[in-house]
Design a protein around this ligand. Structure first.
Ligand SMILES: [Zn+2]
Length: 296
């Protein structure tokens, strides 16, 4: 820029022509603006009363966008829980054992922080201005595929791009260790494009809807033989099912989450790419939740 100015100073004629061009250009713009306003002014000249009203009312740009109906998720079959209702013949010994585990768990349970790019706040309205209920109402089960350390390291890594951001609320190691990374009040990025029983919330129209705004996400550490794309593996440990049942029982007591709102990533995923948690044994969870009185 300074080079151009120096050259213009060396050539006064060029400077003069440039100045004249600028004056003509601005004049032309002014004429165009006057012409446009003149044609619209005659049609809608505000009255003095309207002008006075505008003084006291917020400008349209400061008002909330008008509400529009949110698009519904694509139709899919409703979730049918594999767990049966159970109110009698509860297993008192299993309950006693799990209650013993619960007191040990409260001491062992860990809390880790993760990078803020990988989670968010729960929204109280969607992208179209409609109010939405941010209370957790669904639990989504996942598996880590690789070790729990790998999952934690991913959550602790900053991810500027939307498509890389990921998190769960809680993870359960093969040894039954429970690691909380997000409080239930926060919105984990556990299932991108997803819906549950005809429900989703659209918070970003570019990526479709998701259940994240009303879901809790929990992930089981995959056994070593599951670090691949196979359809199954050797399954989860008894200690994992114990810990899972105890975490779920706690959430079910704190939030409006009935047993048939415990589902899988495979079920809620609209992209058809997720198959987790593979080799999940619902009967293992069912017997424990029943003993804890959560299936009645
Ligand atoms: Zn998953």
């Amino acid at each position: 820029m300074s080079g151009l100015l120096q050259r213009l100073r060396a050539h006064p004629l060029a400077l003069g022509l440039l100045g004249a061009g600028a004056v003509l250009g601005l004049g032309g713009l002014g004429w165009l603006a006057r012409d446009l306003s003149a044609s619209s002014e005659a049609a809608s000249r505000p009255s003095l009363l309207q002008l006075l009203e505008q003084v006291t009312q917020p400008s349209p740009s400061r008002q909330l966008p008008p509400r529009r109906p949110a698009p519904p998720p694509p139709p899919r079959p409703a979730w049918v829980s594999p767990m049966a209702r159970q109110c009698v013949d509860l297993d008192p010994r299993l309950r006693q054992r799990l209650e013993g585990e619960l007191s040990a768990l409260s001491v062992r349970r860990q809390r880790l922080t993760i990078d803020p790019s990988n989670y968010g706040v729960r929204f109280k309205s969607d992208a179209f201005g409609n109010p939405v209920d941010p209370t957790p109402q669904v639990v989504v089960l996942h598996e880590t595929v690789f070790g729990i350390g790998s999952a934690l390291s991913t959550f602790q890594t900053p991810h500027p791009r939307d498509e890389d951001q990921v998190s769960y609320h809680t993870l359960i190691g093969l040894d039954g260790q429970v690691i909380d990374v997000l409080d239930p009040s926060q919105r984990a990025f556990g299932a991108g494009n997803s819906a549950f029983n005809g429900r989703w919330v659209v918070t970003n129209p570019r990526v479709g809807g998701s259940i994240n705004n009303f879901a809790l996400h929990i992930s089981l550490e995959t056994p070593l033989d599951g670090e691949d794309n196979d359809s199954g593996h050797s399954g989860y440990s008894g200690k994992q099912y114990d810990a899972l049942a105890l975490v779920l029982a706690d959430w079910m007591g704190r939030f409006p989450i009935p047993a048939d709102h415990i589902t899988t990533h495979r079920q809620v995923d609209l992209g058809g790419e997720r198959a987790d948690p593979r080799s999940f044994d619902w009967s293992e969870l069912e017997s424990r939740l029943a003993a804890l009185g959560q299936l009645c």
